[in-house]
Design a protein around this ligand. Sequence first.
Ligand SMILES: Cc1ncc(COP(=O)(O)O)c(C=O)c1O
Length: 381
Amino acid sequence: MKNRKLVMIPGPTPVVRSIQDQMGRETVAFGDPDFIKDFKEVIEDLKTIFKTEGEAFVVAGTGTLAMEMGIANVTKEGDNVLVVSTGFFGDRYVELCERKGLNVDVISSEWGTIVPVEDIEKKLKEKNYKAVTVTHVDTSTGVCAPVAEIGQIVKKFEDTVLVVDGVCATAAEPEYLDEMGIDVLITGSQKAFGVAPGLAIVLAGPKALKRRESLGTIRDYYLDFEKWIPIMNEPAKYFGTPPVNMIWALQESLRIMKEEGIENRYERHIKVAKAMQAALEELGFTILAEKEHRAVTLSNVLYMDGIDDGEFRKILAEEGAVVAGGLGAYAGKMFRLGHMGNIDTHDLVSTMSAIERTLYRLGIKDVLGKGVGTLTKELMK
Ligand SMILES: Cc1ncc(COP(=O)(O)O)c(C=O)c1O
């Protein structure tokens, strides 16, 4: 009999039944009073959970659209922007900003490491930057940037807005906008929220909203905060058709989050990541990210000598777990394992066992039970 395939890539993550049920509901008119109430609740919950006095936006789109929305509302052509890049998705912000006619400076780290906070501060002192972008967790490297520390530094520069890409972090790594100095948080539905792909989620704090106001009419239309603010405050109004079922799915995801407690959710992600990473190391793999800056949402796992990436991932899928390949220079050298969102102990243990069986089939015979043993011991601590 074939194994069920657990989706253990770093997004989309497994979607639990109660969220699937919301997506499968009969769609209602977007002016339906019950839906308007639900949409309002979603917006309020986002502002409460991620702690901002500003605005929350939920629109149809992916994380990349959210990235674009984030920068389009706080900059205008010719502005200086500093991109802090710890990998592939940091670099994406470079092209995106250049297309918008922004003057982009980049500080990049070697993959697996962070950009030191002091280097960011030094850059900010050298030039007037209207915005700094930081990828909280770069999915290509599994590195978690010290956003809280960066936020405290950017706060000192009145004219600079901090835009954080939380696509692979939000709802798993702590992100409290106003107290951490995050002015714009951009994210998507398909990772730690545990919702299917399809929603771009953006939160904007007071400093970012003031910047938007100062820009007047901006070139972007669908992305314009000013077009959406009236809708997010009163979803009975229309600008673009809201993705009704996806908003219900997000509502259920937020309900699950409130039931678990956001702090508990953050703690759970730390525990799961530590356990998974210890188990992977026990099996002989190496984690790319340096220990003190490892993400809790995924592991970027370097193969031991002699393992072929294509063969490993093919056999692993047969054994019941789908993981992603490496990006950039790490294509063929690494696999990426997501462990975020609404996954439970069954998913984790089954995945680890599937990894062991895969290594066994590839000729590494002394692994059975080793990873599962370490994982379970760590989880039971
Ligand atoms: C950190 C990060 N930023 C941005 C994106 C782009 O999001 P999307 O693929 O939903 O457009 C991704 C996608 O994986 C990501 O991991």
